[in-house]
Design a protein around this ligand. Structure first.
Ligand code: PLP
Length: 415
């Protein structure tokens, strides 16, 4: 039996009932088939209701008002921090920094930790499958400090070639920045193994967990990661909020990234002293309602069960592999289904990815096309763009069939 025949462990019909946006049709009565979850997921009613409830009943600025409403919103904000701490296995709430998203978290580490710890001759080790968010902040850091960028190459089937690790990890390596799951290939990387090797070489590790946290149970303590960044909007939460996890011992030593209100202990006209963690890294008014709505997002994921979610997505990916395998000239990027999350990116010989995606949209199937913020990866693969279908807990086998039917039709139409 192939993985695609394995029955989903989820009651998808019941899950779909919780997501109002999924029940719409386009002008030509095509039901929405939302397969762009890698870019951003949709939200269950509990998250939408939480946002409206906060604004209707509890909203005020946090950590600064003497009045009742500010106390209520501060309590809810800190409840969300506790929920995140427990969700990712952090040791303390001081290790959970609310950011605006993965990009902001990585920039925070590059500016604050990077500027204080890197110098000319040091090396930053990345991989060839990183999102621009986990590339450009390190390029900028290298420009500022004179450090050098190196990259772990990928194999032909889209996995990290860890045979290169002993050669690439040297006493010059100060930081390894790696994605836990590729947003294009779907590859699930052996993060724990990389972290162990990096620590043995004396390097710190930042994990880009934007595509991992929504789909697999992570434990930052088990990984022994130094920094982990992820976004709310890819894990049923609101956009505009994300999380940076950092080991307290590291965050304690790091200077603040942004300056402003809330991040200080004391300010005089010509100096300041920073606040304690986590406030030190949360300058200005944070995304209050968005952070609060992380609590129902996490509750939803935990109630369904992340292991079951990943299993469901992998069975959909396997089904997609099976149905797309007979499309003439179609090549799926990345490894076998067993080594990846629910992401199926592909190219079709002679067809522009944008044409395929537009054709699919005409049938209600929402996918992403382009380089998916991974230009170096696409260059390595010898392509300029690809089409990406990315699944989540509310997608069905019927939707995979609609994707496949639409791709077959596109090839016939353009071919
Ligand atoms: N890293 C990966 C692997 C991603 O897939 C994304 C978004 O697609 C990001 C980083 C950036 O996330 P955000 O735009 O939420 O900051």
């Amino acid at each position: 039996m192939t993985t695609s025949n394995v029955e989903s462990p989820l009651d998808v019909a019941q899950i779909r009932a919780d997501f109002p946006i999924l029940h719409q049709v386009d002008d030509e009565q095509h039901p929405l088939v939302y397969l762009d979850n890698g870019a951003s997921s949709q939200r269950p009613k509990s998250v939408i209701d939480c946002l409206s409830d906060v604004y209707a009943k509890h909203y005020a600025n946090v950590h600064r008002g003497a009045h009742r409403l500010s106390g209520e919103s501060t309590d809810l904000f800190e409840v969300a921090r506790r929920a995140v701490r427990q969700f990712i296995g952090a040791a303390s709430e001081n290790e959970v920094i609310f950011t605006s998203g993965t990009t902001m978290g990585i920039n925070l580490v590059a500016r604050s930790w990077g500027d204080s710890n890197l110098k000319k001759g040091d090396e930053i080790l990345l991989t060839e499958m990183e999102h621009h968010s986990n590339l450009v902040p390190w390029h900028q850091l290298a420009e500022r400090t004179g450090a050098t960028i190196r990259a772990i190459p990928i194999t032909k089937d889209g996995q990290l070639d860890l045979d290169f690790l002993p050669k690439l990890l040297t006493e010059r390596t100060k930081l390894v920045a790696v994605t836990a799951v590729s947003n294009v290939l779907g590859t699930i990387n052996p993060v724990g193994q990389i972290i162990t090797a990096a620590h043995a070489a004396g390097a710190k590790v930042l994990v880009d967990a934007a595509q991992a946290v929504p789909h697999e149970a992570i434990d930052v303590g088990l990984w022994d990661a130094d920094f982990v960044a992820f976004s709310g909007h890819k894990m049923l939460g609101p956009s505009g909020v994300g999380v940076l996890y950092g080991k307290e011992i590291l965050l304690d030593e790091m200077p603040p990234f942004l300056g402003g209100g809330s991040m200080i202990d004391m300010v005089e006209i010509d100096r300041f002293t920073p606040a304690m963690l986590p406030a030190k890294f949360e300058a200005g008014t944070p995304p209050i309602a968005d952070a609060i709505a992380m609590t129902p997002a996490i509750e939803y994921l935990e109630e369904v069960g992340l292991e079951r979610i990943l299993q469901h997505e992998q069975s959909l990916a396997a089904y997609a592999h099976e149905l797309l395998s007979d499309v003439k000239g179609l090549r799926i990027l990345g490894p076998e289904v067993t080594a990846k999350a629910g992401i199926v990116s592909f190219v079709v010989d002679g067809l522009a990815a944008s044409d395929v995606a537009t054709f699919l949209d005409g049938r209600g199937v929402a996918v992403r096309e382009g380089h998916h913020c991974t230009l170096p990866l696409h260059k390595k693969l010898g392509i300029s763009a690809s089409v990406r279908a990315s699944f989540y807990l509310y997608n069905t086998r019927e939707e995979v069939e609609k994707l496949s039917d639409a791709v077959h039709a596109a090839v016939e139409f353009f071919g």
